[in-house]
Design a protein around this ligand. Structure first.
Ligand code: FAD
Length: 568
């Protein structure tokens, strides 16, 4: 590639070295086709000047820029290939990470707001919230970074009550394709600000500019003194999963349900035991984690038995005077499912993984911290992730067209892989699934509507299957298993969408069957209607006519980008 300008931050140009491979590596690397996440250069930007210089370079050379912060994008579209470059705002290569400009944060008590640099991750954010007794919705994976998260919603364990992270934004700083930097205010009447607000928040992340910091309004723990958190575990059994999911479905279907509850069930195959040598070679993901922990993040805990965890909270949205006499009864329904592990035991085995049985009042900031998933990946393996949002508040608990309840269906699917029989047939494969309530008044009523789709959704399903590539046939079996699972969901025989419209989420894009990751084709499942996507196309054309922020086909209007047309 022609010579790059001098950047203050470190630069790694594509070559065959292990070092380049380590820097190009991100969450989706081993799960997607080889060569799709190999930028011509990876630039760890040190400042706005570096970002602006990268933009100028890309414009001059007619290249695309992929923007990466946490690198968690499900299908790797925060990376790129060919002549395109990637800029990284994580600060992972900064000489002093603590003083990296995009990790700065501050709290403004007068405004009641928190300003966060995009290089902070959910773990950092939780620590700040606990320190100051404040909270707002955000996701549960510790290593997801503010950079992408602030554009993909920030779906949370408190979303049914309080909505998503973007609903709390007051302003954000962004560097545009023309190299200008602006602060976009929530109430700005400037037409460009209005477009940016609408398009960046839930439109298509990284396609409109480089976000450097956000300011959001916080809620205070002290205004919600009766909040309760729930996080309890069971060893995996089909019947246990079925009972727990059925409770979720019944709560979901109850027309008189209290929207302050948000509950979900997760089930995981067993993770490796670091103390027991494996007969299989290391996976590439594991090797990366061992050799380059500062790039990949570190595993904080290991569970060695297939496990089910129920997580949730009661939000006490109306404050001190709100009646909470009914709260314990709902948690008790979960506690009554046989086999619940003792809180004392789990706290002893995983001291950093705080369990909560819902009995005690606890500040929401602490509950949210306790509900985060501490490891950077579910498993250190490639996987095929599927995620949908359902829309059905009346019949999720009833038998569907397949003649089973949703709970029976999901538990059977999980059991197929995790049972002893599954050990033979699906040896080397592991599930990571989550089923739960995420919708409700909080989600449906944003302060300002943005491009983010699916606000009418209520029921969450992620069904991820991870596979050990050292076990022959697991890739093919995973694809086959997931195609069959997707076919059931897409047929809508599970009653997942009462209006029949499939809903996917921009926080976790995926492809099924023969689909290609081309947003210009897949938009109907990510956005609410054609008008939304057409407005995104117009804004993209207006603010980035040269397609600077179009590094791959999972971008708004990418099929009209001459550089990419041969791939479409
Ligand atoms: C294991 C796991 C758990 C998750 N859990 C949740 C959850 O509980 N709730 C939830 O809402 N989401 C969740 N997500 C999804 C996650 O929030 C999104 O993928 C998010 O966009 C990731 O941001 P990132 O910066 O970490 O990743 P990246 O891959 O770096 O970025 C994601 C997208 O944002 C763009 N982007 C990143 N930084 C910037 C920037 N500074 N300026 C402009 N564009 C940028 C990228 O180009 C890319 O398109 C999860 C994802 C994973 C893999």
């Amino acid at each position: 590639m022609s010579s790059l300008p001098n950047f203050q931050g470190k630069v790694y140009q594509r070559d065959t070295s292990e070092e380049y491979g380590a820097h190009a590596y991100q969450y989706a690397t081993t799960s997607e086709a080889d060569g799709t996440m190999t930028p011509a250069a990876i630039i760890y930007v040190a400042s706005d000047d570096d970002i602006i210089q990268a933009i100028q370079y890309a414009r001059e050379k007619d290249l695309g820029i992929a923007v990466r912060t946490g690198g968690h994008q499900y299908i790797g579209s925060s990376s790129t290939t060919g002549n395109n470059i990637q800029i990284d705002l994580s600060g992972r290569e900064a000489p002093d990470r603590d003083s990296y400009p995009y990790r700065e944060w501050s709290l403004d008590e007068e405004e009641g707001s928190l300003t966060l640099g995009v290089a902070l991750d959910v773990d950092d954010v939780c620590a700040i919230k606990v320190q100051h007794g404040v909270f707002f919705p955000h996701g549960e994976c510790c290593t997801v970074h503010v950079g992408g998260h602030m554009q993909t919603g920030g779906w949370s364990v408190i979303s049914p009550t309080f909505g998503v992270m973007i609903d709390y934004l007051l302003r954000f700083d962004i560097i545009l394709a023309d190299g200008s930097k602006r602060t976009v205010e929530r109430d700005s009447q400037d037409p460009i600000d209005k477009d940016l607000w609408w398009a960046c928040l839930g439109g298509s992340p990284g396609n409109f500019g480089v976000v450097t910091s956000i300011t959001l309004k916080y809620l205070k723990d002290e205004d919600h003194p009766k909040t309760r958190g729930f996080k309890m575990g069971w060893f995996f059994k089909q019947s246990t999963l079925e009972q727990l999911v059925q409770i979720i479905s019944e709560i979901n279907d109850d027309p008189n349900g209290d929207p302050d509850f948000a509950m979900s069930v997760m089930a995981f195959g067993e993770e490796y035991d670091p103390d027991v040598p494996s007969i299989l070679p290391e996976t590439f993901d594991n090797e990366m984690m061992k050799k380059y922990p500062h790039l990949t993040g570190v595993d904080k805990f290991h569970w060695v038995v297939p496990t089910i965890v129920v997580v949730g909270s009661w939000a006490n949205s109306k404050g001190a005077d709100q009646d909470d006499s009914h709260v314990d009864a709902l948690f008790e329904r979960f506690r009554q499912v046989p086999g619940m592990l003792s809180m004392k035991l789990i706290n002893k085995v995983f001291p950093q993984d705080k369990m909560m049985d819902g009995a005690q009042k606890r500040p929401m900031s602490e509950i949210m911290k306790a509900l985060t998933f501490e490891n950077p990946r579910e498993f250190n393996m490639p996987g095929k992730k599927l995620a949908w949002l359902g829309k059905n508040t009346s019949t999720m608990s009833q038998k569907n067209e397949l003649g089973v309840t949703f709970a029976e269906w999901v538990a059977k699917k999980a059991h197929d892989i995790e049972s002893i029989k599954g050990e033979f047939k699906y040896y080397g494969m592991k599930i990571a699934i989550q089923v739960g309530m995420v919708g409700g008044p909080g989600l449906a009523n944003p302060p300002i509507v943005t491009a983010m789709g699916q606000r009418d959704g209520n029921y969450w399903l992620t069904f991820d299957v991870f596979y050990d590539p050292n076990v022959r046939g697991t890739f093919e079996k995973t694809a086959e298993f997931q195609h069959a699972l997707a076919a059931d969901v897409l047929s809508n025989k599970l009653n997942f969408w009462d209006d029949g419209r499939e809903r996917r989420v921009i926080l976790g894009p995926m492809v099924v069957n023969d689909e290609k990751p081309i947003l210009d084709e897949l938009w109907p499942v990510y956005y609410d209607n054609r008008e939304v996507y057409e407005r995104l196309l117009k804004i993209k054309q207006k603010l980035d006519p040269q397609h600077v922020f179009t590094p791959n086909l999972f971008c708004v209007g990418a099929t009209s980008c001459p550089r990419l047309q041969s791939q479409a």
